[in-house]
Design a protein around this ligand. Structure first.
Ligand code: COA
Length: 433
C-alpha cells in the first residue's frame, strides 16, 4: 500500500489513540521538547480508564500532570533523570528514579530490562518517501519506538524537520494524531558575574579546532560568550541551545577540524528558543542521532581535542563529584555527564571540565567540601575526573595525589571557606597546608 493510503488508515483522534493504552502498560514519552503534548494531555484526561500505567521519561518539559498528587492510582512514574518538574514527586515518593547512563537507555529498552509497551512520539509530517523526522529528539525515543509494541505519533506541523538518524517511517507507526502547536521554548538563563568568571576560566582551556560538548544552563552559555575569538570549533554534544547558533553565525563554529563527522554538528536532542528551532530546520549542518551513538564514549573519543563541560553540586577534596543528589535527595540524574567525561578522557588531547560556582546561590554553602553529604551519589568518580573550574580558577586533578588534589581544590574554593577546608586538610593528611 502507498504510504499516503497507509497514513490515512492510521489517522485517529487523540482520545481514540490513548484508548489503546492499557492498565499496567509501560509507556515511554518523547524526551524534553519532543513530548507529544496533545497525546499526553489526552492520556491524562483518560486516567479513569487506567490503573498503574507506568510513565517512563527523562526530562519532562510539559505539564507533567501525571506526577501530581492524586494521580498515583492511575500512573506510576519512572524517571530516568530528575528535573524541576519531577523533583518533588521523586522526593515525596510519588515517583521513582532509575540510575542509568544516558547512552545505555536504548540498551535497557532493547534488552527488555525496561520493556516498552507503548512509545508516544512527536514527528513532522512525512516527506515524499513517507519518512517523518523526530525533530528535536532522536536520543532514546527512536530506539524506544523501534522496540515498542505500540507506537502512537503526534504529527506536529510546526516541528522542525531535522536530519541525521532521526526518521520514522509511516509504516512503523500504529496510530497517528494530527496537531499544530509551537514548541516549548527554553529561555536563555541569566548569566551573573560568577558564571561569566567560570566561563572565562573554561574558555582559557579551549584551543582553536577543539570539539565541544556543553551541558545546559548558565555556565555553558557563559563559556560560549568567551569563545568569540576562537577558530574552527566543532560540536559533538548531547544537546545544544541558542548560544551555539550565535557562534555558527559568527563563523567561530565551523566543524571543519572535527576528526569525526567533519562539517557537522552532532547532537542527540535540542532545547532552545524559536531561534534554534529555525536554525535546525532542514539544516544539513546539524545531525541528530540516537543517544547510544552520540553519547557512547567509544564514539566520543574519536573526536580529537574533545572538550566536555558539565556541572555538579559538590566536589570532595579527593575529586569525587556529586552531580545528581544533595545527600539522599535526588535532584537530577547522571544524564550524559559520565558518558562525556569518559569519552573525552579517551580522546586525543581531550579535556573534561567540571565547572561550578564555588558556593550555592546564597553564598552560604561551599560546593567544595571535605566529604560529600551523607547519602550523596558519586556521579563522576575521582578516577575519571580531570579539570574542576570555579570562578576562582582551575584545578587540574588527573594524575595528582590525594594531597595535591586537595591543595588544588582548596585554592579554587570560595575564600570564606578556605580556612576551614585547610583545617580539614591538615587533619586528614597530617601535613601543613
Ligand atoms: N548543597 C545544597 N544544595 C545545593 C547544592 C549544595 N552543594 N548544590 C546545589 N544545590 C541546590 C540548589 O540550591 C538548587 O536548589 P533550588 O532549586 O531550591 O534553588 C538545586 O540544588 C539545583 O542546583 P543548581 O546549582 O541551581 O543547579 P543547576 O541548574 O545549575 O544544575 C546540576 C546543576 C548539577 C544539577 C546539573 O548540571 C546536572 O543536572 N548535572 C548532571 C547531569 C549532567 O551533567 N548532564 C550533562 C549533559 S546535559
Amino acid at each position: 500500500m502507498d504510504w499516503r493510503e497507509l497514513y490515512n488508515t492510521k489517522l485517529v483522534s487523540a482520545k481514540e489513540a490513548v484508548s489503546k493504552i492499557k492498565s499496567r502498560d509501560k509507556v515511554v514519552i518523547g524526551h524534553a521538547i519532543s513530548e507529544p503534548s496533545t497525546i499526553v494531555d489526552a492520556m491524562v484526561e483518560n486516567k479513569e480508564n487506567y490503573e498503574n500505567v507506568e510513565i517512563i521519561h527523562m526530562l519532562p518539559m510539559g505539564k507533567t500532570e501525571y506526577v501530581e498528587p492524586g494521580m498515583e492510582k492511575y500512573f506510576t512514574h519512572n524517571a530516568l533523570f530528575v528535573g524541576a518538574k519531577t523533583r518533588d514527586a521523586v522526593s515525596s515518593g510519588r515517583a521513582d528514579y532509575t540510575p542509568c547512563y544516558f547512552h545505555e537507555i536504548p540498551k535497557l529498552f532493547k534488552k527488555g530490562y525496561i520493556p516498552v509497551d507503548v512509545a508516544l512520539i512527536q514527528v513532522t509530517s512525512p516527506d515524499e518517501h513517507g519518512y517523518c523526522s523526530l525533530g528535536v529528539s532522536s536520543d532514546y525515543i527512536k530506539p524506544a519506538a523501534e522496540c515498542a509494541k505500540l507506537v502512537i505519533a503526534e504529527v506536529n506541523e510546526q516541528l522542525p524537520r531535522t536530519l541525521g538518524n532521526c526518521f520514522v517511517h509511516v509504516s512503523d507507526i500504529d496510530y497517528i494524531v494530527e496537531a499544530s502547536h509551537p514548541l516549548i521554548e527554553l529561555k536563555p538563563p541569566k548569566i551573573t558575574d560568577i558564571e561569566r568568571a567560570i566561563g572565562e576560566n573554561c574558555a582559557s582551556l579551549i584551543e582553536d579546532g577543539a570539539t565541544l560538548q556543553l551541558g545546559i544552563g548558565a555556565i555553558p552559555d557563559a563559556v560560549l560568550l568567551f569563545l568569540k575569538d576562537k577558530k574552527d570549533l566543532g560540536i559533538h554534544s548531547e544537546m545544544i541551545s541558542d548560544g551555539v547558533v550565535e557562534l555558527v553565525e559568527a563563523g567561530v563554529i565551523t566543524n571543519k577540524k572535527k576528526s569525526l563527522h567533519p562539517g557537522k554538528i552532532i547532537v542527540t536532542f535540542l532545547m532552545g528558543t524559536k531561534r534554534l528551532y529555525n536554525f535546525i530546520d532542514n539544516n544539513p549542518m546539524v545531525e541528530l542521532h540516537p543517544v547510544d551513538y552520540v553519547n557512547n564514549p567509544c564514539v566520543i573519543m574519536k573526536n580529537n581535542n574533545m572538550i566536555s563541560i558539565n556541572s555538579c553540586v559538590q566536589v570532595d577534596l579527593t575529586g569525587q563529584v556529586a552531580s545528581e543528589s544533595v545527600g539522599i535527595t535526588q535532584i537530577s540524574g547522571v544524564g550524559g555527564q559520565v558518558d562525556f567525561v569518559r569519552g573525552t578522557n579517551m580522546s586525543k588531547n581531550g579535556k573534561s571540565i567540571m565547572a561550578l560556582p564555588s558556593t550555592t546561590s546564597k553564598g552560604t554553602i561551599s560546593k567544595i567540601v571535605p566529604f560529600l553529604d551523607e547519602g550523596a551519589a558519586v556521579t563522576t568518580s575521582r578516577n575519571d575526573v580531570d579539570y574542576i573550574v570555579t570562578e576562582y580558577g582551575i584545578a587540574k586533578l588527573k594524575g595528582k595525589t590525594l594531597r595535591d588534589r586537595a591543595r588544588e581544590l582548596i585554592n579554587i574554593a570560595h575564600p570564606s571557606f578556605r580556612l576551614s577546608l585547610m583545617e580539614e586538610f591538615e587533619k586528614r593528611f597530617k601535613t601543613k597546608f
